[in-house]
Design a protein around this ligand. Structure first.
Ligand code: EPZ
Length: 430
């Protein structure tokens, strides 16, 4: 298994190009199941999760071609995928594939909408929590589907097709909102979704569905109104820039000091992140076509933050923010309200010398003067990158094991950091 070795102490200076968002690319690829025409997606990030979803969609009979490099196009523009679900050959999503990546459970709604049936393995839990899917099932039932759970599979049927309904989510859920939207766009009649998640990636998928012929009102708000249409047609869409990747590199630059430009970052999706970073003394400003992050020598002030659904502070940046606070001048408080076990990075940060106390869903981080390099282990995608951020300032050498977690969500991370002066390299084990 690959490892990444970092020698701390270098400041970061330069430009990092932000890739297309993993959490938009995955549902956009799944939305292609809703039409027999071809959906063309640009700026798709080169990630392990995208490759895995290509395999999963192939299992349903979907043809996906990756467009070759165009003259003048450079690697940082991601890939163009042409996805065509002309015929859906299989409406079962098997355990061995779904258990590898939870988002593949999201094929449930489009398979039901398109074929009137779907048999999708329950995704099972993961490192950060039990990850139930009851809200997905609630949405499908409100759209007229009959759902049974059988031997670890969700078996869904809608022999007469899905029909519009009123879905009032008791709790905000990104995935369940994607499911409700994809189930409603070709349902018979109108649908109202209340307490919908407002993450920008949902807006990006909704905009793409509209290009495919869907009729959706209230995009970006917590109440979505959908008028069902008989069918969707093909479209072309560029994946929105990844706000979590942008926030991650902003925190890396804040940690080491230096001046880094995040080219292509959508600052309108980073309001709360910029507010929190500014409160810690980091200079964050809008630059043309992106974000500029600067920390001139002065130390970081402690912060008090809790994660919330968008537009609050994102849970996917909680681990990265925690890494940043390990060197703040004072004690910071971070409360994780979305997932029940998203503190796996705490023990590993402690191995680098961080002083963190856990009290239930709240972490208390006492800033220390120095971190020291060590062998550490990645446990989940965002936790692994928080260890990279800490290692960038830890004295000596840090080796990060199980970097496949990183490869799931960060495109060419070590190249992007090395280009800004980090002493980082991947050690491939044969
Ligand atoms: C999406 O996961 C993201 N994944 C996650 O990013 C992100 O952390 C999460 O949203 C929250 O923003 C993708 O977009 C592919 P939820 P999702 O449904 O949809 C509970 C990453 O690192 N819940 O919004 O699974 C759930 O247990 C990943 O890129 C139910 O109770 O998250 C959690 O406590 C990690 N019942 C809360 O809601 C349900 O049916 C929010 O989960 C569904 C969820």
């Amino acid at each position: 298994m690959d490892r990444i070795r970092i020698r701390g102490g270098n400041t970061l200076n330069g430009t990092i190009h932000i890739s297309g968002a993993k959490n938009a690319a995955l549902p956009l690829m799944i939305a292609a199941l809703l039409t027999e025409d071809t959906l063309t997606l640009h700026r798709v990030p080169r990630l392990a999760d995208v490759r895995l979803l290509q395999r999963i969609l192939g299992n349903h009979g979907v043809d996906i071609t990756v467009a070759g490099k165009r003259s003048g196009q450079n690697g940082r523009d991601g890939e163009t995928l042409r996805i065509s679900a002309k015929v859906i050959a299989d409406t079962t999503a098997p355990y061995e594939l779904v258990s590898k990546m939870r988002a593949s459970f999201w094929v449930l709604a489009p398979l039901l909408a398109r074929c009137g049936e779907a048999k999708v393995s329950l995704p099972g839990g993961c490192a950060i929590g039990t990850r139930p899917v009851d809200l997905h099932i609630l949405a499908m039932e409100k759209l007229g589907a009959e759902i049974a759970i059988d031997a670890g599979y969700v078996v869904a049927r809608a022999p007469k097709g899905l029909k519009g309904g009123h879905i009032a989510f008791p709790k905000v859920s990104v995935g369940a909102t994607h499911a409700a939207l994809m189930g409603a766009v070709t349902a018979k009649g109108d649908t109202v979704i209340e307490n919908a998640a407002r993450e920008p990636e949902i807006g990006d998928v909704a905009q793409c569905l509209v290009k495919m012929g869907a009729v959706i009102e209230g995009i970006g708000s917590s109440t979505l109104k959908i008028k069902g249409v008989p069918r969707l047609h093909g479209a072309e869409h560029a994946v929105i820039a990844d706000r979590i990747e942008a926030g991650t590199y902003a925190m890396a630059a804040a940690m080491t000091g230096g001046v880094v430009k995040l080219a292509g970052a959508r600052i309108d999706t980073l309001d709360e992140v910029m507010t929190v970073m500014r409160s810690s003394g980091v200079d964050v400003e809008a630059a043309n076509d992106g974000l500029k992050v600067k920390r001139n020598g002065s130390g970081l002030a402690p912060i008090k933050v809790e994660t919330e659904p968008y537009p609050g502070f994102p849970t996917d940046l909680q681990a990265q923010l925690m890494a940043l606070t390990t060197r703040a001048r004072g004690t910071s408080i971070i409360r994780e309200t979305i997932f029940e076990n998203r503190f796996m990075h705490v023990q590993e940060l402690a191995r680098l010398g961080a002083d963190i106390q856990l009290h239930g869903d709240t972490a208390e981080i006492r800033g220390v003067d120095r971190l020291t390099g060590a062998q550490v282990m990645a446990t989940d995608l965002r936790a692994s990158v928080s260890l990279v951020i800490a290692a960038l300032v830890a004295e000596g050498e840090t080796t990060l094991h199980r970097v496949y977690h990183l490869d799931r969500g960060f495109e060419t991370l070590e190249d992007k950091l090395k280009a800004c002066g980090a002493d980082i390299e991947r050690l491939s084990s044969h």
